[in-house]
Design a protein around this ligand. Structure first.
Ligand SMILES: [Zn+2]
Length: 158
């Protein structure tokens, strides 16, 4: 699922949970819950090259900044709080760890091998969430509409 959706969910969470650690954990958990929902891009990820992944990540981060800016400008009374920022960090962590895992798989230095051992189980869990809970991946356009609908619902909640 796009980081834009994950971070919008995190903002909604951070608006409700004021405890910083709780907001971070809830943001993290929300990532996995949202990723269980079939969202149209799961089967494509394993075949995407690192270069393509970087381009998609750049696009997603631009959309994320535009979304946050739009919330700040268009939502009356909206203010980015510390719990929201921490929830955002929690909500993006699984995908950042996935990227770090993918980018360092061929590194042989001891540091990277140790890091792979630490991140590996989390990445396996992330993979399980995507592919083995609900074994269905709709077409990309269906997933895009679904993700836009989730975003719209979250905008209303915030
Ligand atoms: Zn994810």
């Amino acid at each position: 699922m796009f980081l834009t959706v994950h971070t919008t969910a995190a903002i909604a969470i951070g608006a409700q949970i004021t405890n910083p650690a709780g907001a971070f954990l809830a943001g993290l958990v929300s990532h996995y819950i949202l990723d269980v929902i079939p969202h149209g891009d799961e089967t494509k990820w394993p075949n995407v090259t690192n270069g393509q992944l970087a381009k998609l990540a750049l696009f997603d981060h631009m959309a994320l900044v535009i979304n946050l800016s739009a919330l700040l400008v268009l939502k009356p009374g909206f203010d980015l709080t510390a719990p929201m920022a921490l929830a955002i960090l929690g909500s993006v962590a699984p995908d950042y760890l996935m990227a770090l895992y993918r980018l360092t798989t061929s590194y042989t230095a001891l540091f990277w091998q140790k890091l792979q051992k630490i991140i590996g189980p989390l990445e396996k869990f992330h993979h399980l969430i995507h592919f083995h809970i609900i074994k269905y991946d709709p077409p990309f356009w269906v997933g895009a509409i679904l993700q836009a609908t989730i975003m719209a619902a979250l905008w209303i909640l915030i």
